[in-house]
Design a protein around this ligand. Sequence first.
Ligand code: GDP
Length: 198
Amino acid sequence: MKEIKKVEFVKGIRGTDDILVDGVPQVAFIGRSNVGKSSTINAVLSKKDLVKVGKKPGKTTEINFFSINNKSAYLVDLPGYGYAKLPPAEREKLRKLILWYFMYAEVKPHVVVLVLDVKVGFSPIDKDMLKTLLESGHRVLIGVNKIDKLNQKEFGVAIKKIQKDAGEITVIPYSSLTLLGVNILRDTVFGIFLKSVK
Ligand code: GDP
């Protein structure tokens, strides 16, 4: 297992910033509102409330950077997308900020973790996001959260469908609640930046 010893919030940005060009490798997390992206980040970093869970959707309007082990890497928390109840102008603003980071910012993350809810799978808006990420040349990994909500049989059916939609892309199932599978996700996305522990 790989160990994350120290996590610090560095800053939130809404556009071009020095942090994008400081050379620290970035691991980005993106997902539809309410898929459990905040819970995933807390679980991966072994922090209880680093990122507030169950926040009013659409409230995070910045791209937040967290330093892992004294800037061995940044975890980049992007705003959740697709919250239907948000006023259209605000939804559009968030969409533009997300697209800017992936398409125009002067940085390329090491990997982008697209978080899904196992019970929902790929919604049309998730498929759009995946398409955008791949077309922009990003390395993507699909994190499938909330697996504690399904029994083994249901899980088998759901994950098969998700893997089919994901094609060649790696799919990692886990639960932010029970933490089952979270070590695999952590090792896969941050592994090369962290030291091993027994
Ligand atoms: P975000 O909007 O994507 O950041 O989602 P949150 O992390 O705020 O989680 C949304 C809701 O899903 C909250 O009520 C969480 O408690 C719940 N949740 C998140 N991860 C899991 C999980 O793995 N299992 C279950 N059962 N619930 C989860």
